[in-house]
Design a protein around this ligand. Structure first.
Ligand code: ADP
Ligand code: MG
Length: 700
């Protein structure tokens, strides 16, 4: 079919390495790769960071000092000057009827051959005083030849790209121009025309052209809108296709006896549920009464008691004859949750096992066998659970703790190990509703908005490095009063090996000099799981006074007697991480403290530490985090296995996200996995943007 071959050819050209674009070549292709651009299509879709409006040409006599402006004139003189510090300056003087303007560039003597007296030039730059004359330092320039109107760098709305070292706006702009000239015509429209019409979207070629070289702000806005829409549509399609098989199907087995079992569960607990825990438990129980499997997200700040809620859900499933699984991001946490579950479940004769990366092969085999025939009712583990060999007899309840540490796809893989199981995912990272819609697709949301009783505020201080000894002294005092302390070092080194060395070195220094006579332990990422746990148990059983650690204890670790946390080089941590770390203290009845030592070099760093001192509210911290870092980084979308959001804004584009969701729904109702020829282009886009293609295809 001629049409089909035509589409194929386009795809090939656009997927070609960008080195074949005029002006790129192998060297620049490597630089582009550094910023994530490899193919011709990547270049076409490369969003500028911002734009500069250089359309208004101001006569030289009307230029305003201090402002960024654009002007034009004829070159009247040029030359190279050497400064006393041996800098070579290239200087240019241009003139129009209203005045003279100088332009100066450092260390670019080759410019001398570029400008000739009499040339008509346009300059864009910040206007300054130069003695009693006006000048622009390193302005962007354009030399007009004949009556050229095809301006690139000045005299128009000019794109400014996010670049890396060794790349220059001028050359990248020229390359983008070449890319558009050479390849824009190969870019096929892939959105169905109904959608284009209904949402008044401009076509792809116009949008990509306007993205780089917009004629005016109006068309730029339309281009951005179209590209955001397309981006969110692809995202929603990918998510929905991935989930399709699982949701909206009836559960296999009905639950019985829920009220009775819930009562049974709480009777054995050493404390009463908080109001919020009780409420969430009711929400979960009512999910379990429905015909469709549960799909619930549980949000609750660090320390709000999510584990117990998970236990209850797992208990209900297991007592109804299912198996339960709990996935956590670290081995330390797996061990801790196993211990907690054993305590709660053993009185009910429920067998709990744990599976982490370094369980011995023989033991693993035994676990696999007991799991497959149902003797193990409850399995706790890390990513190791995702292995193909892990197969259940009748998995009915899937719980994922610290969901933000996993990807969407990992959640799906675990779920596929059961037959339409109920799913509960938990996170301490509160996310705005738009993000929830995007990242968590069709989950219902429960919130634990109440802390267990007897919690104190963690008093938080920020100190500079020169006050570190005071902090050590304070820790000693707290230990003498019966408390325990964490001292945390960041993974500032580029390799884990080096980081371990740094922590080990500090450990020696602390045990030999500072905390002589106290009992110190060290825990870091390069230890085997059982070694880590050994140290952690010693600390829990109060055989150690101080636990020196890298961030391996970041999530979930629960040791109520520990009441001081000192975080060194705290400026190296992100806000979410600091909040998680601080959540390790303030879990018992002792008054608790968190000391952040840091000399941040950036304004952001200062803001982060100040936020930690100012509030302990997870929602406020997440908000601050979001505003400091922006949504892309905040979510770490790459880690989630989701395509990166480049055009849309996850925070403000609520309307577009909702419309895109609706359109995705409509499209998939007609064509569940986009198989029809008409949707081929769209399908290819979705496959390409989702990193884990194999899983996507499996779902199809
Ligand atoms: P997170 O939500 O951070 O996972 P955890 O589940 O680790 O919190 O709970 C934190 C601590 O609070 C644990 O020591 C747990 O035993 C305790 N806890 C949980 N629920 C209650 C409750 N209802 N009353 C008292 N303590 C509780
Ligand atoms: Mg937890």
């Amino acid at each position: 079919m001629p049409v089909a071959t035509f589409v194929k050819k386009d795809e090939k050209t656009l997927e070609m390495s960008c080195q074949y674009v005029k002006g790129v070549g192998p060297k620049r292709a490597l630089l582009f790769k550094k910023i994530g651009l490899e193919t011709v299509a990547d270049l076409l879709y490369f969003p500028p960071r911002r734009y500069e409006d250089r359309r208004t040409l101001v006569p030289i006599g009307k230029l305003k000092v201090g402002e960024f402006q654009t002007t034009q004139g004829r070159v009247v003189a040029s030359g190279i000057k050497e400064t006393r510090q041996r800098f070579r300056l290239f200087q240019l003087a241009i003139e129009d009827r209203s005045g003279v303007l100088f332009a100066t560039w450092f260390n670019q003597p080759y410019l001398k051959d570029r400008f000739k007296v009499g040339d008509h030039v346009i300059l864009s730059g910040k206007v300054q005083w130069y003695g009693r004359d006006l000048q622009m330092m390193s302005p962007d320039y354009e030399i007009l030849i004949g009556d050229e109107t095809d301006l690139l760098h000045t005299g128009r709305i000019v794109p400014v790209y996010p670049l890396t070292e060794g790349m220059y706006q001028r050359s990248v702009r020229a390359i983008l121009k070449n890319t558009l000239d050479q390849y824009l015509n190969d870019l096929p429209e892939f959105l169905p025309s109904e959608i284009l019409e209904k949402h008044e979207l401009i076509n792809l070629k116009d949008a990509i052209h306007a993205l780089h070289f917009p004629e005016d702000l109006e068309v730029l806005k339309k281009a951005r809108y179209r590209l955001s829409f397309e981006e969110f549509l692809i995202l929603q399609l990918g998510l929905k296709i991935g989930q399709k098989k699982e949701v909206s199907l009836c559960r296999e087995r009905a639950y019985h006896d829920l009220p009775h079992l819930t009562g049974e569960f709480t009777r054995f607990l050493p404390f009463t549920l908080t109001g919020a825990q009780g409420r969430v438990l009711t929400e979960i129980a009512s999910d379990l009464e429905k015909n469709q499997p549960m799909n619930r997200l549980l949000q609750g700040d660090v320390g709000s008691g999510k584990t117990l809620v998970a236990c209850a859900a797992l208990y209900l499933a297991i007592q109804n004859g299912s198996q339960g699984v709990l996935m956590v991001p670290t081995e330390v946490l797996a061990e801790q949750h196993t211990a907690t579950l054993e305590k709660v479940f053993t009185p009910h004769q429920i067998r709990v096992e744990s599976l982490v990366g370094d369980v011995k092969a023989r033991e693993k085999k035994e676990i696999f066998a007991a799991l497959a025939d149902g003797r193990i009712q409850m399995l706790v583990g890390t990513h190791a659970l995702l292995e193909e060999k892990v197969a259940f007899h009748r998995l009915g309840m899937v719980v994922i703790d610290e969901q933000h540490k996993f990807g969407v796809m990992q959640r799906l893989v675990l779920r596929q190990k059961g037959f339409r199981p109920d799913v509960l995912v938990m996170t301490a990272t509160p996310i705005p509703r738009t993000l929830a819609l995007t990242v968590y697709g069709d989950l219902d949301v429960s919130v634990l908005d109440e802390m267990p009783p007897g919690r104190h505020k963690v008093e938080t201080y920020w100190i500079r490095k020169n006050k570190l000894n005071d902090a050590y002294h304070f820790i000693q005092q707290q230990i003498q009063k019966g408390g325990q302390a964490f001292i945390i070092y960041p993974l500032v080194e580029e390799s884990e090996k080096k980081a371990f060395k740094a922590a080990a070195q500090m450990f020696r220094h602390l045990s030999q000099d500072i905390f002589k006579g106290f009992r110190l332990g060290l825990i870091h990422g390069r230890m085997r799981a059982f070694e880590k746990n050994k140290v952690l148990y010693q600390f829990r059983d109060q055989e150690l006074d101080v636990l020196v650690s890298t961030t391996v204890i970041e999530v979930g670790v629960d040791i109520p007697n520990a009441n001081v946390m000192l975080i060194e080089n705290a400026e190296a941590f992100g806000l979410a991480q600091l909040h998680q770390l601080r959540g390790r203290v303030g879990r018992g009845s002792r008054k608790s403290y968190c000391v952040l030592e840091g000399d941040p070099k950036t304004e952001e760093g200062v803001k982060r530490l100040q936020t930690m001192v100012d509030t302990q509210d997870g929602f406020k911290i997440a908000e601050a985090d979001l505003s400091i870092r922006g949504p892309g980084e905040f979510l770490g979308t790459r880690q989630h296995g989701l395509p990166e959001i480049r055009f849309g804004n996850l925070l403000t584009d609520v309307d577009i996200i909702q419309q895109a969701r609706q359109e995705a729904q409509i499209l998939l109702e007609k064509d569940p996995v986009l198989k029809s020829f008409q949707h081929q282009g769209l399908r290819e886009k979705v496959e390409k943007r989702f990193l884990e293609k194999s899983l996507f295809l499996k779902a199809g």
